[in-house]
Design a protein around this ligand. Structure first.
Ligand code: SF4
Length: 329
């Protein structure tokens, strides 16, 4: 498959704001290492999952890919074009092709606007539709695509008059109305009732096929990732630790952190036995990440080498990458 997005050595460090006393006693600038040198490729038509615990840098990675934040280092190529080199009209043109669905439909929709105004906003910004009638036709088409039908029942409703699932459908309609090629979906079902999550995920799959979309799907939930994603990358403290085809990664995880995440996913079959990995402690501090392998303070297999030397992110099987000394000579 052709690559749509190529990420190379992407880094984002956020400066830590200090109080007056800390500034007097420590002159050294400190940074949150939100994303610390990640590289990967997303192919056209793929649903690429990015998973990890909260605070691991996955949302910042998604925002960097859409250039909603500027990087400290690194490049993101969209169809071969470095998005960080664009400005003005070129950037505006590219932005049409890349959209985001946010985690919280309660916050991402303006409570003072009707559904029609919310969905119309991208059309107005990008000057699409010759007149009101043509714009309304596009809005109708989008409401039908996200299964808010009949559209006239929804056009003049406000977000507070909709259920959580309906609100997320409006947010999806707004994201696809410009017919983008690439969508970053940041935990789009995590705030929704469990009973409606599957219908939103199925809708996303249907829209991907209908509009030739490619997704970066950000999640902390590996059961959702394995349902939806063709490829999966696991992130820990700003770095990728494992990447591969979702089935390979879920059936045969290699990195101890991935094994830990997978062993926490409930299996409906009580007779099924799998390797349990018990991990100590909490996610480390992104301001002062541990030296060597960032996972070493929690890893039951850590050795002196792990505490000193950072493992490379190597391909250990066809298309399956892992950053762990257990898989390096
Ligand atoms: Fe554990 Fe060492 Fe592998 Fe890191 S490199 S995951 S500490 S075994």
């Amino acid at each position: 498959m052709d690559p749509l997005i190529r990420v190379e050595g992407l880094k984002k460090l956020f400066p830590v704001r200090k109080g007056l006393l800390s500034m007097i006693f420590s002159r050294k600038a400190e940074y949150v290492h939100a994303v610390d040198g990640v590289s990967f490729t997303i192919s056209k038509g793929e649903i690429f999952g990015l998973a990890g615990e909260s605070g691991c840098g996955k949302t910042t990675t998604g925002r960097l890919l859409l250039r909603l934040v500027e990087p400290t280092e690194g490049s993101v190529y969209f169809e071969g074009e470095d998005i960080f080199s664009l400005s003005g009209r070129e950037l505006m043109r590219k932005r049409r092709e890349m959209q985001m669905i946010f985690q919280d439909p309660y916050k991402s929709l303006d409570p003072k606007k009707t559904v029609k105004d919310i969905i119309n906003e991208p059309l107005s910004i990008h000057k699409i539709g010759k007149n009101r009638r043509e714009k309304l036709e596009i809005i109708y088409e989008m409401l039908e695509a996200v299964k808010l039908t009949p559209p006239e029942d929804y056009l003049f409703k406000y977000p507070h008059e909709l259920s959580g699932g309906e609100r997320q459908r409006v947010a999806i309609a707004r994201a696809i109305i410009l017919k983008p090629k690439f969508i970053v979906a940041d935990e789009p079902v995590s705030m929704l009732d469990v009973s409606i999550r599957a219908s939103i995920l199925d809708l996303m799959i249907e829209l991907k096929d209908k509009f030739n979309l490619t997704y970066l799907y950000i999640t902390h939930d590996l059961s959702v990732a394995s349902y939806l994603c063709n490829k999966l990358a696991i992130m820990y403290l700003g770095k990728l630790v494992e990447l591969g085809a979702t089935l390979d990664l879920v059936k045969d995880p290699l990195h101890p952190y991935t094994k830990m995440l997978i062993s926490a996913v409930p299996v409906p079959d009580p007779t099924y036995k799998r390797e349990e990995i018990r991990i100590r402690g909490e996610v480390g501090n992104p301001i002062n990440p541990p030296p060597g392998c960032r996972f070493h303070p929690r890893c039951p297999f850590a050795t002196d080498k792990c505490r000193e030397i950072e493992p490379d992110f190597n391909e250990v099987k066809d298309g399956h990458f892992v950053a762990c000394h257990l898989f390096q000579s």
